[in-house]
Ligand binder design. Structure first.
Ligand code: L34
Length: 283
């Protein structure tokens, strides 16, 4: 039976660390501030944004939510971002994705000042991740790395397989594992022999977006399995990209959904906001 790596526990430890550092900043007159923009009324985004605001309160940050109607124009959204770029009391800006279809996510990401881009989605931050000189790590991949580290699992020299190649998770995830000297393979929808490749992984990260996609026959005995997916199963219940019930019996470590990578994404956002506040104020 696999050991379960609890995102709830690991994220609590990260937040406790951030909270302590936040107190030190406050003693120097700086209150870290995060602005969260949400456009439209996607129910999942609403839950995630609420969890982000809650985490801000827990660690002692100032947070502001900008809830815009679904029919917001591109110019309205971009002018809000520009306004937040200028504000001295806001150190981090995050625009919750996905956006309604008529809005260009790329344009919004490009407009956020790179030094306030706590998602690390701006091309300048993405480039820095590529060369290993980062100010911010993308929250979800950074959260996965933190979970690996929390168990003292060595990445160096290991076979690491990432399923999924999105700009938000798959690609930066592969890069972080590479920086830790993993031997990294990225699989995607056109990959041949997916099962064979996955079953050689010592560390397997599932970021496919398909419920219970990773089954026990794709997993090596004793592997570390990290589940980034958040889906609903046939009964409308929250589930990951990994078939937890079967994989749990074969893996060495596994992360649950919910209570796994999701809470870690939020904890790393707190970490990035703290970093942004320090960099912008020189504290
Ligand atoms: N800009 N957009 C931007 N930044 C991000 O980092 C995100 N992401 C993803 C979607 N869009 C984004 C998130 O915040 C996914 N994501 C996210 C954040 C938190 C949780 C899940 C995804 C989370 O709190 N998950 C809980 C369960 C939540 C529930 O009940 O539905 C968990 O335990 O997994």
């Amino acid at each position: 039976m696999a050991k379960i790596i609890s995102g709830k526990e690991v994220s609590a430890a990260v937040k406790a660390r951030v909270r302590e550092e936040c107190e030190q900043l406050k003693a120097q007159g700086v209150v870290p501030g995060l602005a969260v923009i949400i456009v439209g009324d996607d129910p999942a985004s609403r839950v995630y944004v609420n969890n982000k605001k809650k985490a801000c309160a827990e660690v002692g940050f100032h947070s502001e939510e900008f809830a815009l109607p679904a029919e917001t124009t591109e110019e309205e959204l971009l002018s809000l971002v520009r306004e937040l770029n200028e504000r001295k009391d806001i150190h981090g800006i995050l625009c919750q994705l996905p956006l309604p279809k008529h809005l260009d996510e790329k344009k919004v990401i490009h407009t956020i000042a790179p030094e306030k881009d706590v998602d690390a989605f701006h091309p300048s931050n993405v480039g820095q991740i590529m060369i290993g000189e980062y100010r911010f790590l993308p929250c979800t991949p950074a959260g996965v790395m933190e979970m690996i580290k929390s168990e003292g699992i060595e990445v160096s020299g290991k076979n690491c397989v990432v399923i999924g190649r999105s700009n938000i998770v798959g690609k930066p995830m592969a890069m972080l594992l590479l920086h830790e000297n993993g031997t990294v393979t990225i699989c995607h929808s056109r990959t041949k022999n997916l099962k064979e490749i996955c079953s050689q992984a010592d560390i397997l990260v599932a970021a496919v977006g398909k419920p219970k996609f990773v089954t026990a026959d794709m997993v090596k005995e004793g592997a570390v399995v990290l589940d980034v997916g958040i889906n609903r199963d046939e009964n409308g219940k929250l589930c990951g990209d990994v078939d937890f019930a079967s994989v749990e019996k074969k893996a060495g470590y596994i992360t649950p959904v919910p209570g796994g990578v999701g809470p870690m994404t939020i904890a790393m956002l707190m970490q990035n906001t703290l970093t942004a506040a320090k960099l912008l104020t020189g504290c």
